[in-house]
Write a protein that binds this ligand. Sequence first.
Ligand code: G6D
Length: 335
Amino acid sequence: MHVIIEQQTNGIELIKISTKQGKIVFTNYAASIISWQVDDNNIVLGNAVEADEFYPTHPFFFGAAIGRYAGRIADGQFTINGRAYQVEQNDTPHHLHGGCNGMWQRLFDYEVVEGDDQVQVVFTTQMCSAEDDFPGNMDVKVVYTYDVTNTWTIEYFAEATADTLFNPTNHVYFNLNRDNKVVDNHQIMSDKLQMFPLDESGMPELETIDLVEMFGTKAVTLDTLFTSTEPDIAQQIAKVGGLDHPFEVAEGKLIVSNRDYELHVTTDMPQMVLYTFNTPGDWEHQMNIYKPHSGITIETQSLPNDINIFGDKAASILRANTPFYSKTTYQLKVK
Ligand code: G6D
C-alpha cells in the first residue's frame, strides 16, 4: 500500500492511495471520493486534476459525504419531541442533503492510518445547530478504509447534544464502463428489489413496486426499466428522467454490474437511493462534461423524508448523547 498527499489551492488536499491493482483518491473537501481506478479503469465520476476549482463549484454532490440528512425533507419541516423545526429549503420548497452548510460543503480534518493490507482515512467535523438549524450540535467522524481486496468501506460515527436527525450517506456516482458510455447497460441484482415510487412532490410513497416479481428476475438492467411499458414503472421513470428512487434490497446487499465488473454493495442502512444523474444540464460550466445517465449513485441511507412518514419511529432520529454507527462497503470484483 502506498499513500501520497497532494496539496491544491482553497485548502483542498488529495489523499492518493494505491495497491497493486487499485488506486483510490479522497479529498478533505466534503470527505469526498474523487476517483477509484481498478486495472486503469476509473469507476467513479470526479475531477482530480482541478479538484480545487471543481469541488467548491459544482452542484452535483460528486462523491461527497452527505449529512446531516441525505435526501429530501418535505418543505424543510419536521417535529421531534413535539417541537417543530424548519431547516433550509435549498431544493425549493424542500430541504435537500443537509442544506448549504451541510457536510458536502466543508473541509474536514483528517488523519491517515497506514496498515499492511489497508489504509484508513479518518475524517472529522462538527455540525452546529446555529449553522444548519437542525437541533443539537454534533461531532461526526467518517472513516474510509481501502484494502487490497478492492474494498472501500465507509463507517459513520456521530454523537449529538440534543435529540436530532442523522441520515448520512455518500453521493458517489459509479460508471463501470471502460468507455464511459452511459450506465443504461448496468444491471442491479438482489433477491429483493423493492422500489419506492415518488409522489407528485418527489417524496417516497410506501406502496413499493416489486421489481423481482414484475420482471421475473433478480437481475434487472437499467435499460429494461428505462424502456418499460409497465405503467407504474414508465410513469416513475418519466417523472424524473431515470431513477431517483429509494430501494429496499435483501439484507442490505446489492450487486451492480456490467460485462466486466461487479460492484458488491453491503450496508446496515435500511434503504438506498439509486440516482442516475438525470439532469446534469443544470450546471452551465466548462467543467461540466456530463450527460444524463453518466453515472449511478447508490446512496445507502434511511428513507428520504422518513421523519414526516414514520414520526417518532423514523430511523433517522438520533437521541442525545447516544453514539451513532453505520457501515457501508463497496467491493469491486473483476469478472
Ligand atoms: C440527489 O435525490 C437527489 C436528486 O434529486 C438530485 O437532483 C441529486 O442529488 C443532485 O441524489
